[in-house]
Design a protein around this ligand. Structure first.
Ligand code: DAT
Length: 178
């Protein structure tokens, strides 16, 4: 039983996961867990992929590191371009952020992604790979798809998730009293 929920913010690189997670952490006091940073800092990888300029993640090591960090106790906003590795029992809500292709192209170009990596991520967004992964891995009611093309959309997403957290806590408190 968790006193505070665990929320995954997932989606293709560039959709706005980090920006959303940081805004939510600031507003709610929940902890932003950047999985990319855990992978890097705790060495949860099998080396560096030069073509894709990214770490080759060792999922077992990553889960061990998150377990050691007591993530399953709750109160975490988990930010990663994947969600299927987390046990369903750890998670209360999965937010999948989506963007239009042209917006994603601009954001990933600004990051100077190599061509192959940029194209792969654009394809992944068009094919709804992360949305499908979330739907395959979690109960349908736990998965929410939100668009993140503009700052207005981001503000409204953050409001909505904050309201969801408040409601979740009220529900938990209510359950405890019965
Ligand atoms: P991610 O963590 O998914 O890779 P990010 O949070 O680093 O994405 O955002 C990538 C860039 O896009 C960054 O410059 C901030 C900008 N951005 C993200 N979400 C946005 C939104 N809803 N409206 C406008 N800009 C956004």
């Amino acid at each position: 039983m968790r006193a505070e929920p665990n929320i995954i913010i997932t989606g293709t690189p560039g959709v706005g996961k980090t920006t959303h997670a940081e805004a939510l952490a600031e507003r709610t006091g929940l902890r932003h867990v950047s999985v990319n940073e855990v992978v890097k800092d705790k060495g949860c990888h099998e080396g560096w992929d030069e073509e894709f300029k990214s770490w080759i993640v060792d999922e077992d090591k990553l889960l061990d590191a998150l377990e050691e960090d007591n993530v399953k106790a709750g109160g975490c906003i988990i930010d990663w371009h994947g969600c299927e590795i987390f046990p369903e029992s750890w998670i209360d809500l999965v937010v999948v952020l989506r963007v239009d292709s042209s917006t994603l192209y601009d954001r990933l170009s600004a990051r100077k992604y190599p061509e192959a990596k940029l194209q792969e991520n654009l394809d992944s967004e068009i094919m709804e790979v992360l949305l499908q992964e979330a739907r395959d891995s979690y109960d349908e009611q736990m998965v929410v798809e939100l668009t993140s093309n503009s700052t207005d959309e981001m503000d409204s997403n953050v409001d909505r998730i904050e309201a969801w957290i408040k409601q979740w806590k009220q529900d938990q408190a209510g359950d405890g009293e019965e």
